[in-house]
Design a protein around this ligand. Structure first.
Ligand SMILES: [Zn+2]
Length: 122
């Protein structure tokens, strides 16, 4: 079995279920951000490389919201208003999905592992 196959696959959705996705990841680096959007959402997030994220359904229900530097595509469901993930890119230009951990069907993670990202100063 390859190392990648041992990484768990989480399934998640928006509230109404129109948007569903999977993320192959270990939830080892959850974080919260204090920017003007994240502090309002109070979301716990986790970054997943583009190849390890799959949108299963609901692409047509998603609306993209951008602010500040416009580099991150915040994506929310136009039916229920929940933001299950955002998409951006790392320094090398690779796509990264930042998932809203609480949108996972079974969000098992260590709350003590949550780090704090100072997005307010970006
Ligand atoms: Zn929805």
């Amino acid at each position: 079995m390859s190392e990648r196959a041992e990484v768990p696959v989480y399934e998640g959705s928006c509230q109404c279920g129109a948007v569903r996705f999977t993320a192959r990841t270990r939830l080892e680096a959850p974080f919260q951000c204090n920017c003007s959007r994240c502090r309002r959402l109070n979301a716990v997030m986790h970054s997943v490389p583009g190849d390890d994220f799959t949108l299963l359904s609901g692409g047509e229900a998603l609306k993209i919201y951008r602010f500040n530097s416009h580099t991150i595509a915040h994506q929310f469901c136009t039916q229920c208003g929940i933001q299950p993930f955002a998409a951006g890119s790392d320094r090398a230009g690779n796509t990264v999905h930042v998932i809203n951990v609480h949108c996972l069907d079974e969000p098992r993670y260590d709350k003590n592992a949550i780090s704090h990202f100072n997005g307010a100063d970006f």
